[in-house]
Design a protein around this ligand. Structure first.
Ligand code: ATP
Length: 277
């Protein structure tokens, strides 16, 4: 179980300015979580039920985790993150106990965002699974979410690549009744992400991010990050072919380094086509 951050008064270290191409999603998500986290009494006075859970649905590497963390940071609320498969234990009732203690910790740390990554592994459709353990874990999660509907200042964000595999009971009102779709970025989105990812890099004047965005069709944020890293390594090998060599005075990544790196990265779209065929 990864709990971030351990002390209740510290915040995660991501920021909304580090997210590219998702301004609409960030705005929508912010609208959903800010009021219930910070001013839930305004909603209750109007007789409205504050949302309890929001599903973040989309392919791997599209920025779901990044967005959840950055939002917690931006709103100045605590953030507790878990990865679905990591909560499952060896002993009877272990996973349920971990979930209970996590939710208790969150209510003590309100206002707080709980982020559950890969929720499909924690809450699969019970009509399609054999194992008793999985069924019990789903039931526990549902009952914790129901109890939470009355708790003020805690919101559960849960990410999945495959929302159709989730137990349908999870979608009922008062549970995960809101859903936000993360999509593979378009050209403008890729360009924005590339601009952000290269902010701290030393770029040569030849670098043209527009052209790179054109050539990177189908890549998600995580692919673009890998592309930037790879380009930097190509530059490193070019500039310092042997480690016994002194450090050059100036080092920068060129367009040719990016073009070399792009050949080595397979975009998410192509990977999923390959998996499906
Ligand atoms: P998974 O489903 O595999 O957990 P995810 O959708 O949660 O994936 P992240 O873990 O948020 O994806 O993304 C991985 C990394 O890719 C991020 O840490 C970040 O460096 C980069 N990244 C992804 N999307 C973006 C984006 N929109 N803007 C900037 N960086 C991004």
């Amino acid at each position: 179980v990864i709990i971030t951050p351990p002390p209740a008064d510290s915040y995660p270290s991501e920021s909304l300015s580090g997210i590219g191409g998702l301004s609409e999603i960030v705005r929508e998500l912010r609208e959903l979580v800010e009021l219930p986290l910070k001013r839930s009494e305004l909603l209750t006075k109007l007789g409205l039920e504050p949302p309890c859970g929001v599903l973040l649905v989309g392919p791997p590497g599209t920025g779901k985790t990044l967005t959840a963390r950055a939002l917690a940071e931006d709103l100045g609320v605590n953030y507790i993150a878990i990865v679905g498969p990591e909560i499952m234990g060896k002993y009877y009732g272990e996973a349920e106990a971990r979930l209970r203690s996590l939710f208790e910790k969150a209510s003590r740390s309100a206002p707080c965002i709980i982020f559950i990554d890969e929720i499909d592994s924690l809450a699969p459709d019970r009509s399609k699974v054999e194992g008793e353990v999985e069924k019990r874990v789903v039931a526990q999660l549902l009952s914790l979410m129901d109890g939470f509907a009355k708790t003020k200042g805690v919101i559960v964000l849960a990410a999945t690549n495959r929302s159709e595999h989730l137990d349908p009971a999870l979608r009922r009102p008062g549970r995960f009744d809101r859903e936000i779709q993360f999509r593979i970025p378009d050209r403008a989105g890729r360009l924005e992400i590339l601009r952000i990812l290269t902010r701290a890099m030393s770029l040569d004047a030849t670098v043209n991010l527009d052209t790179i965005a054109d050539l990177a069709g189908g890549m998600v944020g995580a692919d673009l990050k890998a592309l930037c890293q790879k380009a930097a390594y190509v530059a490193l090998r070019r500039l310092v072919p042997s480690l016994s060599q002194p450090t050059p005075h100036t080092m920068s990544v060129t367009q040719t380094d990016f073009l070399e790196a792009i050949k080595q990265i397979k975009p998410a779209v192509l990977r999923s086509v390959q998996v499906e065929s």
